[in-house]
Design a protein around this ligand. Structure first.
Ligand code: GLU
Length: 477
């Protein structure tokens, strides 16, 4: 189905700035971006702010920053739909002049009343065409909307959706829809066609909630004599409940994922797999995605958002990323004051600590919390772990540990490890019998990275302070 001239491929992402960018929107942006990059085409961004009551500049800024965070770049200057108002109004005037649209003076109330009076189902109100026939009020100065006049010979609208196959909509399901409100502002279905045609968009890839708009848009393309683009409607992202993804299921805003410590490349990788597959491969580099992406492999069925799988993908990316970059991301996306919170640690200590935890966390927010505990020392000791690992002899063992540490020439992890191994042999106990109480002393519980690494990051003096604190607790007990 894809056209043969690769360079003519032009796609766009057209969010409305009525809220922050959500997961489904980011997925649509990524699919468009991948499609453009795969075909060597162009990817454009248009902010659809025609809904003046609900559109806010702060949301435009937030959408732009979310896209940039996700690593999505654009090939042409941003189009702000409202800046094209004069052009839109010119095109509406053209349709009126050509008799392809007409002024409508009926209020919504009147339309609904007539519909109900004719005995129709009030849940599916359609315009009865009154002003198409009766133009007596034109020129009266009364406010009027503009309706598109569906040509009489249209029986059905048919289009080949690149994902869903042929879609046919009967004329009965359509009415003469409004293309401009009575205050002169054009409506979504009109502006989207005007702008997509102006930008020479070849493929419209968007959520399937827009399928019902497509026949109206096709009618407008025909009315203007524009080339009709290809359409590809992406399946919805559902929550675990099977309903459209909502805040009840998971965070829906991309910014929340940023602040909760998801790596942009991990979130993008997860979202691409949500409804697209290449065998059973789960983890892809950006380059692989660009090479492999095709609309043919997009699933027709809705995809269910699975936060656990996202965590698995994120943890996989965290494991593969250098401590230096992970730390930069934590400062940039989660806590700009993190370096201050880890005051007193050298860069080597910070990166060593990140390295200790990068195989053990699902998100960078988890990592930040763990780093702070390792840096500050535990607020309390886990009682269950204390009962399990602290015995009557532990106090004596820990005193021996402090003495052994004092005598060491250096406090590197391998030196610490050799010393503790030797000490446990000398005391006739298993290594774990001192390793676990030491872990509890250092981070408050017995579940954590290797104790030798923890000790060497914390340093000899601080380790001794924490061990003594635990000793004081044991004495109290
Ligand atoms: N502005 C529309 C939205 O945010 C998208 C329009 C389109 O992709 O055609 O849902």
């Amino acid at each position: 189905m894809s056209p043969s001239h690769k360079s003519s491929i032009r796609v766009r992402f057209a969010p409305s700035p009525t809220g922050h960018l959500h997961i489904g929107g980011l997925r649509a942006a990524i699919f468009n971006w991948l499609f453009a990059r795969h075909h060597g085409g162009s990817f454009l961004l248009r902010i659809e702010d025609t809904d003046i009551e609900r559109s806010k500049e702060e949301y435009t800024d937030s959408i732009l920053s979310s896209l940039s965070w996700a690593g999505i770049d654009f090939d042409e200057p941003l189009v702000i739909q409202s800046h094209r108002l004069a052009e839109h109004q010119k095109l509406i005037a053209q349709l009126l002049l050509e008799g392809k649209a007409y002024y409508c003076f009926c209020s919504q109330e009147e339309v609904e009343q007539r519909w109900a009076a004719a005995g129709h189902d009030p849940a599916f109100v359609k315009y009865d065409g009154r002003c198409r026939v009766d133009q007596s009020r034109v020129g009266s100065g009364q406010p009027a909307a503009v309706r598109f006049s569906i040509p009489d010979d249209v029986r059905e609208i048919k289009f080949d959706d690149l994902i869903r196959g042929t879609i046919t909509v009967d004329r009965d399901q359509l009415d003469d829809f409004i293309i401009a409100r009575s205050d002169g502002y054009p409506m979504y279905n009109f502006v989207v066609v005007a702008d997509d045609a102006d930008s020479r968009i070849s493929h419209i890839i968007r959520g399937e909630d827009h399928i019902s708009n497509t026949p109206k848009q096709i009618l407008l393309y025909r009315a203007f004599g524009y080339n009709i683009p290809f359409f590809a409607h992406l399946p919805m992202v559902l929550g675990q409940s099977g309903q459209r993804l909502s805040k009840r299921d998971a965070a829906t805003s991309v910014l929340d994922y940023k602040h909760n410590g998801y790596l942009p490349e991990a979130l993008c990788n997860y979202l691409v797999r949500l409804g697209w597959a290449h065998g059973d491969q789960e983890i892809f580099t950006k380059e692989e995605l660009i090479t492999l992406f095709s609309l043919d492999a997009v699933n027709k069925k809705s995809a269910v958002f699975d936060p656990e799988k996202l965590n698995w993908v994120n943890s996989t990316y965290i494991k593969q990323t250098s401590p230096e970059r992970l730390f930069q991301l934590m400062v940039r996306d989660i806590d700009p004051l993190l370096a201050g919170q880890l005051k007193g640690w050298t860069a080597t200590q910070v990166y060593a600590a990140v390295d200790l935890y990068k195989d053990r966390v699902a998100t960078l927010a988890d990592m930040v919390a763990k780093l702070c505990v390792l840096h500050d020392g535990p607020k309390d000791f886990n009682q269950h772990d204390m009962e399990q690992w602290v015995t009557a002899q532990t106090g004596d063992h820990l005193k021996e540990v402090i003495t052994a540490f004092e005598a060491l020439p250096s406090f590197d992890a391998d030196v610490v490890q050799a010393t503790l191994k030797e000490l446990s042999k000398k005391l006739g106990i298993k290594l774990v019998a001192i390793a676990q109480p030491l872990r509890i002393a250092l981070i408050g519980n017995s579940d954590g990275p290797g104790v030798f690494g923890l000790l060497s990051v914390v340093g000899r003096t601080e380790a001794a302070r924490r061990i003594k604190l635990l000793l004081s607790q044991i004495t109290i007990q």
